[in-house]
Write a protein that binds this ligand. Structure first.
Ligand SMILES: [Zn+2]
Ligand SMILES: [Zn+2]
Length: 121
């Protein structure tokens, strides 16, 4: 996941990014430069970067997430991962029967398959 610092500003309009105003949400384009949605929507050449002039696909613009929104979500995810790892390693130390181990492995698999955990793989 791409992150942008919560007090960064857009290089075109120099406004601070905002996550409550859709027009001011930061978006990254192919070259790695980041602009607010409003500026991206009003480019003179909508397929080339206003900073470095590199072409980019408008369909490949990525919306960014601010770092301060992440900790809660990420911590919860890491906590889930950690408790699974601990339980799995307890199984590996082996006085646990195979069925319990299999259940745990299934649980770990399901956990990994959950959409919001894919980035942690
Ligand atoms: Zn802007
Ligand atoms: Zn660029």
């Amino acid at each position: 996941m791409l992150l942008v610092h919560s007090d960064s500003t857009c290089d075109v309009c120099l406004d601070q990014y905002s996550f409550s105003v859709p027009a001011k949400t930061p978006h990254a384009i192919g070259c790695g430069h980041i602009f607010c949605l409003e500026c991206l929507a009003h480019l003179n050449h909508p397929t080339c970067c206003p900073l470095c002039r590199k072409g980019f696909g408008i369909d490949r613009v990525k919306k960014l997430h601010v770092d301060r929104h992440i900790p809660g979500e990420r911590e919860a995810a890491m906590h889930g991962a950690w408790s699974l790892v601990q339980r799995l390693s307890r199984c590996a130390r082996s006085d646990v029967d195979t069925q319990t181990t299999e259940e745990l492995i299934n649980e770990a698999q399901q956990w990994l398959d959950a959409d919001n955990h894919k980035e942690l793989r």
